[in-house]
Design a protein around this ligand. Structure first.
Ligand code: 3PG
Ligand code: CO
Length: 550
């Protein structure tokens, strides 16, 4: 059990953690939609309340290196668990480097499955996943290593289903990955080995939906990868060029599907006796397509044909549902999360976000588990299914409504929510919409914070990583926004490496509390800080609290 915190008895009311997704603190304001936004509530918070900055990228959140930006998975894992684990990106890279991945049962079964095939005919080995080096959901180097190893182990046919990124990497960078990779595949396709890209499309258009927001997207992916339905091209380089011509102005993540065909016949439909590896290590956008492959009684869309394949995820994506059962690398064993321990202490907890980030405050927060701990209440506000630059306010108002009601109810001691706006609109690369996104969050805070104060509570306002803070690619040398030939700025859709704020909104203790800035302060210090605010010592495994009691 957690001990009582000796320095402070805890606030009388609730303790609320508010995550402003994608809200970083940039080095300079050029290109920051946050700086450009009109945000009186946030300005006042920063002027009047104790605040520090937290590290939200790189090794501080379990990424392989400090060149890796943060993301919502690792960010919410660190906030919820109060600890930093080596995350999927690092675990997979290590398993490939030391060869442990090839020695594992799952890889052996994948190779054996394809080689055995069906009815005396060898199967193909398919790899489906995000085709970039963003290192948020996947890394193309992992794919490359697996293709090479498949050849070494005697697999004859490899087919790749490439989801174009443009969201964790520059918005029109697809060919920087496709061209060299197709060259690599041609080079390695000797001695009876045949590896080609077989299908693909923009990641926000097919396959990579999350949290049940848009199943038709996954259905489109299934039809593309499995059934081979879609506009045909001779190779993936032609496909990207052709789709761009047909869809001017469309960035990679939104490009439609494509199928590679020889003489009108798709080269890589997925058939009985094949093996399939979904090579993303991150789970949120991997779960739905995985369900379509592994669930016998799948009913989210008509699969038309459900091939009998040997299927593996790069990681196991959901520990509670054991989804999928076969996985190449063991996921981080995230234990003793704040959700679990506050539950054990009998504290009622409330979690809320809109669909796009709902799993962030539930599944990621609780260590990639889909189940609830005792005493947890979760509320999902359904997200619109629209491009978010068209609705930058998203569901900030409705989330504020739900949080205000939960705070007023007096039923919950610890509450958490996520405002998706800065991130989801930041990912569109639309600067004007991103300023409105920040303004919508500001309006929501203007309503929520007084309700917390009235209930005798306090709030920690923070973010999981940056995004809206840098809406233009920065020139590597000058650190100023880079310009296109026509003088316009190069839009940036990815997250940033900037730190995030931690603000303590406390109008109830008479200025007794502050926050300590330490050199290493990061997202994993939040759980212990919440514990202290409710009057408890942290769990021994959690990183230190940054609460200062004067
Ligand atoms: C996405 O999945 O939308 C992006 O790759 C990462 O965004 P998130 O980490 O903020 O969810
Ligand atoms: Co994001």
């Amino acid at each position: 059990m957690l001990q009582k915190f000796s320095a402070f008895p805890g606030v009388a009311g609730p303790v609320v953690v508010i995550v402003m997704d994608g809200y970083g603190i940039p080095k300079n304001d050029a290109g920051s939609a946050i700086a450009a936004a009109r945000k009186p509530t946030l300005d006042k918070l920063f002027a009047e309340c104790p605040h520090i900055t937290l590290r939200a990228h790189g090794t501080a959140v379990g990424m392989p290196s400090d060149d890796d930006m943060g993301n919502s998975e690792v960010g919410h894992n660190a906030i919820g668990a109060g600890q930093v684990y080596a995350q999927g990106a690092a675990l997979v890279a290590n398993a490939i480097a030391d060869g442990a991945i090839w020695a594992g049962e799952a890889w052996k079964e994948i190779v054996a499955g394809a080689k055995a095939g069906v009815n005396g005919k060898e199967g193909a080995l398919h790899f489906i996943g995000l085709f970039s080096d963003g290192n948020v959901h996947s890394h193309i180097d992992h794919l490359k290593a697996m293709v090479a190893q498949a050849k070494v182990e005697g697999v004859k046919t490899v087919r790749i289903h490439a989801l174009l990124d443009g969201r964790d990497v520059p918005e029109t960078s697809a060919l920087e990955y496709v061209v060299p990779f197709e060259a690599f595949l041609t080079e390695i396709s000797t001695d009876g080995f045949d590896a080609r890209i077989a299908s693909g499309g923009g990641r926000q258009y097919i396959t990579m939906d999350r949290y049940d927001a848009n199943w038709p997207m996954v259905e489109k992916g299934w039809k593309t990868h499995v059934l081979g339905e879609g506009p045909q091209f001779a190779n993936a380089t032609d496909a990207v060029n052709g789709l761009r011509e047909r869809n001017p102005g469309t960035i990679d993540q939104d490009l439609p599907e494509f199928v590679i065909a020889d003489g009108g016949k798709p080269i890589g439909t997925i058939e009985d006796g094949d093996s399939v590896v979904f090579y993303n290590f991150r789970g949120d956008r991997a779960i739905e397509i995985t369900r379509a492959f592994v669930e016998a009684d799948f009913d989210k869309f008509d699969r038309v044909r459900a091939p009998k394949v040997t299927y593996a995820g790069m990681l196991q994506y959901d520990g509670d549902l054991q989804l999928p059962k076969r996985f190449l690398v063991a996921p981080p064993a995230i234990k003793d999360t704040s959700g679990e321990w506050f539950s054990k202490m009998g504290l009622a907890q409330f979690a809320c976000s809109e669909t796009q980030k709902f799993g962030h405050v539930t599944y990621f927060w609780n260590g990639n588990r889909s189940g609830k701990f005792d005493g947890e209440t979760w509320q999902e506000v359904p997200s619109d299914v629209v491009p978010f630059e068209q609705r930058p306010w998203m569901k900030a108002a409705e989330i504020a409504d739900a949080m205000i009601a939960a705070v007023k109810s007096g039923q919950y001691k610890v509450l958490r929510c996520n405002f998706a706006n800065g991130d989801m609109v930041g990912h569109t690369g639309n600067f004007r919409a991103a300023t409105m996104a920040v303004e919508a969050v500001d309006l929501a805070l203007a309503r929520l914070l007084p309700a917390i104060e009235a209930a005798g509570g306090v709030a920690l306002i923070t973010a999981d990583h940056g995004n809206a803070d840098e809406m233009f690619e920065l020139d590597k040398k000058t650190k100023q926004p880079a310009q296109n030939k026509d003088g316009s700025f190069k839009a940036k859709t990815a997250h940033t490496l900037n730190p995030v704020p931690l603000v303590l909104f406390d109008k109830v203790t008479g200025g007794k509390l502050g926050l300590k800035q330490t050199e290493t302060a990061g997202l994993s210090n939040i759980a212990a800080t919440v514990a202290n605010l409710v009057g408890l010592e942290k769990h021994a495994k959690w990183d230190d609290s940054v609460l200062e009691v004067k």
